[in-house]
Ligand binder design. Structure first.
Ligand SMILES: [Fe+2]
Ligand SMILES: [Fe+2]
Length: 456
């Protein structure tokens, strides 16, 4: 369990954990199809309500991390959403947040606008019917997967049960018409009620401005939201600086100050490792074909590093880089990632862009900046035929070469949409063929020797 003020490492110890999570929340916004800053702004709105309610420090601390991690489960239903709607997963997720789907007329309109946007009339009609038949059964299930996974990630990072429960209750409604369990009134935890209100206010604020957000809260008072919380929010919106502060460019810094001071968590090495493991789960949940890929790459890369005699800090960095190397894949549609047939040029270009996005995401997080370039090099080849930059051997550091071998090894040993997992002899044959020209011979050698000795 994480404790405030614990000093088990130094690399991020001058940075708060909340700053790391705020910076990483940019990818969660992407997966949810939300404009950048959705999580951060939701956190500000929720914490403003909590301050008005004078919640205890303990409650505010749990709420703070629940708000920052509320979308941590967002990738786990992406494949299913994409398959159900016959489109990318971003569009239905984006629309879902603004539609009052508990009203049948609005739900039908939402489905009609969202299904197979590029399909023919017949494709759209077939899909419309399929969503109409499966939707009512699928919706609670899709929400359950997302909320359960988010709650699990919060617990994995050591946050208290109140934070996990708030994430589980995120989409429950005051009148009992929410998901996944149809909880009603005070059956929904207070922190869950605040999270639900805060995230919806944010979506309407971004889409329709302050007036739209206030109007939505008034209309859904007693239906979606606890009336007492709506009253607190509306009073704050009228009297306070809520809207003015929300528009500030330094909002992340403002949020960092909303964490109860006595409970402020610093980004120690141990917490950064936990964050990397948590985000690896988020990355791998995006597609059924990458189940435990990031963990697998991290393990292989760390073992090769150790085997080559590098010191423990290098092994730790290599583990983190293995866990986070595919974080850019969170920006690629599940429709492309899970496509069983050949990709079009445009789809392949999107796939080839994911290491660039990995770099962009990791550079936003100060304690992860030193692994950003290595992570972004994982599809580069010694002969310059890789992507996303097409650099050659001289520009590829030893950690980059190790990571590339670990990534190929793990990918070949797993099922893919277009082929089953390959047997180990075939994996070895491919690695040997690429050794020297595309992959570092020393790293391939180290990996094969580890596998032969049963250590991988
Ligand atoms: Fe990749
Ligand atoms: Fe990968």
């Amino acid at each position: 369990m994480l404790k405030a003020g614990s000093r088990d490492g130094v690399d991020g110890a001058r940075v708060k954990l909340s700053e790391v999570l705020s910076a990483l929340s940019f990818v969660l916004d992407m997966v949810e199809g939300q404009p950048e800053g959705h999580v951060v702004r939701s956190c500000f709105i929720g914490m403003t309500i909590a301050e008005r309610l004078q919640l205890s420090e303990e409650q505010r601390s749990a709420l703070f991390y629940a708000l920052l991690l509320k979308d941590a489960g967002c990738s786990s239903n992406a494949s299913k959403v994409s398959a159900l709607f016959g489109t990318d997963d971003f569009q239905p997720k984006r629309a879902l947040k603004t539609v009052d789907w508990s009203r049948p007329s609005k739900a039908v309109l939402y489905v009609a606008r969202t299904v197979s946007p590029d399909g023919s009339f017949w494709t759209k009609s077939r899909r419309f019917l399929a969503v109409g038949l499966q939707g009512p059964k699928s919706a609670p299930e899709l929400v359950r997967i997302r909320c359960e996974r988010g709650a699990e990630i919060s617990s994995l990072m050591g946050f208290p049960e109140e934070a996990a429960q708030a994430i589980r209750h995120l989409d429950e409604h005051w009148d009992g018409a929410g998901h996944p369990d149809g909880l009603k009134g005070e059956q929904i935890s207070l922190l869950g009620r605040i999270c639900g209100l805060a995230q919806t206010v944010e979506v309407f604020y971004t889409a329709h401005g302050p007036t739209g957000a206030e109007e939505m809260a008034r209309v859904r008072r007693k239906r979606w939201f606890d009336p007492a919380l709506v009253d607190v929010f509306l009073a704050e919106a009228r009297a306070g600086k809520l809207w003015e502060d929300l528009a500030r460019p330094d909002l992340s810094r403002l949020i960092s100050r909303m964490e109860p001071a006595d409970r402020a968590l610093m980004a120690t090495s141990e917490r950064l490792d936990l964050t990397a493991h948590a985000f690896a789960r988020i990355i791998d949940a995006k597609s059924p074909f990458t189940y435990r890929h990031s963990e697998g790459v991290a393990t292989a890369a760390a073992k090769i590093t150790e085997h080559m005699g590098l010191p423990p800090p290098a092994v730790r960095a290599q583990t983190r880089v293995g866990l986070l190397h595919d974080i850019g894949k969170l920006g690629v549609s599940s429709q492309i990632l899970d496509k069983p047939g050949p990709l079009t040029d445009a789809e392949y270009a999107k796939i080839k862009d994911h290491p660039r996005l990995t770099y962009e995401v990791l550079m936003r997080v100060p304690p992860f900046r030193d692994i950003a370039e290595t992570a972004a090099n994982h599809h580069e080849k010694l002969d310059g035929t890789g992507y996303h930059r097409g650099v050659t051997g001289e520009d590829l550091s030893l950690p980059s070469r190790i990571l590339a071998v670990a990534d190929v090894f793990d990918a070949l040993s797993q099922d893919r949409p277009y082929r089953p997992a390959l047997p180990m002899e075939e994996v070895f044959a491919i690695l040997k063929k690429e050794s020297g020209q595309k992959l570092s011979p020393e790293c391939v050698e180290a990996l094969m020797s580890l596998v032969s000795r049963g250590e991988l």
